[in-house]
Design a protein around this ligand. Structure first.
Ligand code: AMP
Ligand code: ZN
Length: 462
């Protein structure tokens, strides 16, 4: 029985989807205005482990992830510049160029970390009419009001606004004064923002590149509305599970619930899954502190991206994690040792699947994804005296959850070491790919595969 912690009730619950074996899952995706960093790597690795776990438990999971390419402002208070537009202005590029560049960077990070691609990927800019329709519904139901700079959601109209984040609404109101732009309550938030008028409107904002017609005027959507509109479009009005980082609890996810439930009158999400943060050397990651690292920086320093994935699995997803180079060294050593041991195991035609270890592994996973415990079971099994064929069968099974590329057929070539000839072919092919000689590289891939070596590529930037 799979149990996970539900932020909504602050407790571990048995996971029961609405229409088993189907599961609808929404992952809050990245805002594509900068490189994906190690904190993103952790959060998306954790949601990937969740997807893999649900599938391992036999659920048919439909995964939807958004790409925020419009509407996320530099301030949580619905003021400031659009992050993507700001970057475009600074780099003298179009907003689309910025979004594409950083979206590609994000997927490249995911490939390195073995994070499965979602079934449906939804860029916000491609769903503006869906968002406008949702705002229209909210307007018809009396949940919105207009100010100088946009259409706002009136949070005082919802009796249980803020229950996800346990927000102290009265406390927030103390000392809060009606803002210049006439927001009625501190927790109200923008659904639609008007484009600044070309003649200076006093906001100091540059003219926008991305804007759309709407019943309320030319403008762009607020950040939160995209996730409500797109998740419900692809997964229905009630999602089984919704994920994101813990920073999203008090504002973004709280507002997603408000908009969705006000529009449908139904529960929006059954289980809220939140991943805790990654700090670097005990500090918050930031460019100004010089501790903003990408997965690519690790690769350049000679680390395997899957060693980072291994490191993430050594911490529970709800616990804050502190990244240090020493910890990464330790993870890389452990990961390499594990792979070296596995490469010695021999595939056997008949294996006696060891249920004792498998049950221990399953127990760890089903207890709110206790990956540190699951890794302990892995090592116990690896060091145990059971036959290597059994070990291989177990590790191949468990890797469906771990995603560490352990014991894969083809790569291990059934207990044989890779021949020198094959190694040469693989290296030559990698060189051709780097030189963008795709056709020749593909011919070599076929040769490799004909010899029983599956070749899996990582994307190369154009
Ligand atoms: P953003 O691109 O800022 O919208 O963030 C995308 C996702 O990454 C969100 O779910 C954030 O909560 C998560 N995230 C951002 N910074 C960190 C961090 N330092 N550690 C863990 N997760 C993070
Ligand atoms: Zn979101």
């Amino acid at each position: 029985m799979l149990k996970i912690y539900n932020t909504l009730f602050r407790k571990i619950e048995e996971f029961k989807p609405l229409n088993p074996p189907k599961v609808g899952m929404y992952i809050c995706g990245p805002t594509v205005y900068d490189y994906a960093h190690l904190g993103h790597a952790r959060t998306y690795t954790n949601s990937d482990v969740l997807v893999r776990t649900l599938r391992w438990f036999g659920y048919q999971v439909k995964v939807v992830m958004n790409i925020t390419d419009v509407g996320h402002l530099t301030s949580q208070a619905d003021t400031g510049e659009d992050k993507v537009e700001k970057k475009a202005r600074l780099e003298n590029k179009t907003a689309q160029e910025i979004a594409k560049y950083y979206t590609d960077d994000f997927w490249q990070m995911c490939v390195g970390l073995n994070i499965l691609k979602p079934d449906i990927i939804t860029p916000a800019t491609q769903h503006i009419p869906t968002m406008i329709n949702l705002i229209k519904t909210l307007e018809q139901k009396g949940f919105v009001y207009k100010t100088d700079d946009g259409i706002y959601f009136d949070t005082s109209k919802l009796a249980d606004y803020g229950r996800l984040g346990r927000i102290d609404i009265k406390g927030l109101q103390v000392g809060w004064r009606v803002e210049k732009r006439q927001k009625k309550h501190p927790t109200d938030f923008a659904l639609w923002k008007f484009s600044p008028s070309p003649s200076a409107d006093g906001s100091g904002q540059a003219q926008r590149q991305m804007e759309w017609e709407s019943p309320w005027g030319i403008g762009f959507p607020g950040w939160h509305i995209e996730c409500s509109a797109m998740s419900m479009k692809y997964l229905g009005e009630t999602l089984d599970i919704h994920t994101g980082g813990v920073d999203h609890i008090p504002v973004h996810h709280t507002n997603e619930i408000a908009q969705s439930e006000a529009a449908t009158g139904k529960q929006f999400v059954r289980y809220w899954f939140h991943s805790n943060f990654l700090d670097i050397d005990g500090a918050k990651m930031s460019k100004s502190l010089g501790n903003f690292y990408r997965v690519k920086d690790l690769i350049d320093k000679g680390y395997e991206p899957l060693a980072l994935r291994y490191l993430f699995l050594t911490g529970h997803y709800r616990t804050k994690m502190n990244f240090t180079w020493k910890a990464l060294d330790g993870a890389q050593e452990a990961y390499k040792k594990l792979k070296a041991l596995i490469s010695e195991w021999v595939d056997e035609p008949k294996v006696n699947f060891d249920n004792k270890f498998n049950n221990q592994f399953k127990t760890a996973i089903e207890n709110d994804l206790n990956l540190p415990q699951a890794l302990a079971v892995v090592w116990e099994m690896v060091k145990s005296p059971i036959a290597s064929g059994n070990k291989l069968a177990l590790i191949q099974e468990w890797d469906k959850v771990l995603g560490l590329n352990l014991g894969q057929k083809g790569i291990r070539a059934k207990g044989q070491k890779m021949s020198e000839e094959i190694k040469k072919l693989i290296n030559l092919r990698e060189k051709l790919r780097q030189e963008k000689k795709w056709q020749e590289a593909d011919e070599l891939r076929k040769q490799n595969e004909a010899q029983g070596h599956q070749v899996k590529d990582e994307k190369i930037k154009a």
